[in-house]
Design a protein around this ligand. Structure first.
Ligand code: THU
Length: 133
């Protein structure tokens, strides 16, 4: 992972977190997804009065990127205001898995603490597209 790009993605994730629409949980999350060719797609969580319709920051970033034709991802940065930084929920882990069995996930907080994890560590023995063939 390119450290300069990591720093940039972290700043993007921190910034986009301010756009989180979280009037129910007040838990703001920002994400920045970096493609293999260095493009960055951001996302924040978007809640709904019908709570189950809430979409997490990670999935917003992934869906934005995929809808723009991107599928080759290098790493994902997730920023929360927690200590230690919070990890992606189970649903997001499965959506990340679809596009990156070995994707690196960096969980970070506003202070700048960063923990690098791999998707296979977060979601071992996973089910993915190859299993359908
Ligand atoms: N949330 C995320 O955006 N990403 C996660 O991985 C965990 C949870 C959001 C969903 C909801 O808006 C709020 O955080 C509290 O669960």
């Amino acid at each position: 992972m390119n450290e300069k790009l990591l720093k940039k993605a972290f700043e993007y994730a921190k910034e986009i977190r301010n756009n989180a629409y979280a009037p129910y949980s007040h838990f703001l999350v920002g994400a920045a997804l970096v493609t293999k060719d260095g493009k960055i797609f951001t996302g924040c969580n978007i809640e709904n009065a019908s709570f189950g319709l809430t979409v997490c920051a990670e999935r917003v970033a992934i869906f934005k990127a995929v809808s723009e034709g991107e599928r080759d991802f290098d790493f994902l940065v997730v920023v929360t205001d927690t200590n230690p930084p919070a990890s992606p929920c189970g649903a997001c882990r499965q959506v990340i898995r679809e596009f990156g069995k070995d994707m690196e996930v960096v969980v970070a907080n506003l202070k700048g603490d960063m923990i690098k994890k791999s998707l296979s560590e977060l979601l071992p023995d996973s089910f993915g597209p190859e299993d359908l063939i």
